[in-house]
Write a protein that binds this ligand. Structure first.
Ligand SMILES: [Zn+2]
Ligand SMILES: [Zn+2]
Ligand SMILES: [Zn+2]
Ligand SMILES: [Zn+2]
Length: 399
């Protein structure tokens, strides 16, 4: 029998220390049973011209917090964070034109201390989430998480996946694939030719085909090695990206931390693969935000939809723009079933470090820019979400 424990490791460690118990499997040994490491600082006061900070000890419950004189603290970073958070809180209050009660400089207002503790806890939670994302991802680029805007923590109902998660009854490997035997896939009649299209990439790994044209990459049956110029999407995201809290009310967004050349592969759009009937059903249940995660695979049929609401990768957090810097392409690699293309996002221009990544939710799928090729489902047309992308060409609504 095995019963999963719902309590966090931190809580278990705190309990152990409180009860003076050692337990190797949760990292509490005789050696470190009485270790004290500052987790964060909670409060500040001055007594007889001495400065004190209230310390939350890592792995210890709040009841063991202690006031420590400033000169005892060996945590310059945490101290700096405390002062920054205090400063930010005060400047926010100022912006709100509220009257700040006169600080006597001897103690902190309880509201400030509460904010600082919330901020410290949020920082720890986001760091944990960032570690988890990087443990789960199987591509080269790192994932960072940043919120300097509000107190929002990690999403509670989101699970990171690297590839499509097919719903029961949907098979993503139901076709025997053709494999090429080129000595040089760039010059020879390779997998794309076999599928009746041209090679999608130039020698610099940039996409050179127009939107709406499918990509056929080399696959597991091909004789070529991993350096084949026709293996790009399958290698996954190469860039370090950051999931960050936007300051314009768009929730989380994604920015690149490095320069991305134009026409380069940035990320795949993954999620649960469901039937369009199921998508219709979910569309009725979802709110405006949930609906935007539904992505119709309408390359050649409209049988399937990708739902990235609960299961997804970084693309889950990429915001919509009416003037986007990413463009959608349909990709076939080990599954040649034209009803089930993979969705890859490529840069449409040079994107500089720090810029937010966006794609046009309305141009999902076929790349048909002319009309309402996306929205077959009446459920999605009924609710309209106001667009805040800020582009000159903004259409005003997300759907
Ligand atoms: Zn080849
Ligand atoms: Zn090939
Ligand atoms: Zn190849
Ligand atoms: Zn817009």
């Amino acid at each position: 029998w095995c019963v999963p424990c719902l309590v966090s490791l931190d809580t278990l460690q705190e309990l152990c220390r409180k009860e003076k118990l050692t337990c190797k499997s949760i990292g509490i040994t005789k050696r470190n049973l009485n270790n004290y490491e500052v987790e964060y600082l909670c409060d500040y006061k001055v007594v007889k011209d001495m400065e004190y900070y209230l310390v939350k000890w890592k792995g210890w419950p709040n009841s063991t917090n202690t006031w420590e004189p400033l000169q005892n603290l060996k945590c310059p970073l945490l101290l700096q964070q405390f002062l920054n958070d205090k400063h930010n809180y005060l400047s926010q209050v100022k912006k709100g034109k509220a009257i700040i009660p006169k600080d006597n400089n001897k103690t902190l207002k309880p509201a400030i201390a509460r904010y600082i503790v919330k901020k410290a806890k949020q920082r720890i939670a986001l760091q944990k989430w960032q570690d988890e994302l990087n443990r789960r991802k199987n591509h080269k680029g790192m994932i960072f998480v940043e919120n300097t805007v509000d107190l929002e923590g990690p999403p509670t109902d989101f699970y990171y996946i690297n590839e499509y998660k097919p719903a029961p009854g949907i098979s993503l490997v139901n076709e025997v694939t053709f494999g090429c035997s080129c000595t040089d896939c760039f010059f020879e009649k390779c997998c794309p030719t076999e599928a009746g299209v041209v090679l999608a990439y130039n020698k610099n790994q940039q996409i050179k085909i127009p939107p709406g044209t499918p990509i056929y990459e080399c696959n597991s049956r091909c004789q070529c090695g991993p350096d084949c110029p026709n293996r790009i999407v399958q290698k996954g995201t190469q860039y370090s990206l950051c999931i960050f809290r936007t300051s314009n009310g768009c929730g989380w967004g994604v920015k690149t931390l490095v320069k991305i050349k134009r026409m380069s592969f940035v990320m795949e759009y993954v999620g649960e693969v469901i039937t369009s009937e199921e998508a219709e059903r979910r569309g009725q249940l979802y709110d405006n935000k949930g609906i935007t995660y539904l992505f119709d695979l309408d390359y050649e049929s409209d049988e399937f939809t990708v739902d990235a609401a609960r299961y997804g990768n970084v693309s889950h957090f990429v915001n919509h723009s009416c003037d986007p810097n990413l463009q959608v392409f349909n990709v076939f690699i080990d599954n040649l079933d034209t009803r089930l293309p993979r969705i890859a996002l490529f840069s449409t221009r040079t994107i500089y470090a720090g810029e937010e990544l966006t794609f046009d939710y309305q141009m999902k799928g076929s790349g048909d820019t002319s009309s309402d090729s996306v929205d077959h489902s009446p459920a999605r047309k009924r609710v309209r979400t106001v667009c805040r992308c800020g582009a000159v060409t903004c259409r005003g609504y997300l759907n």
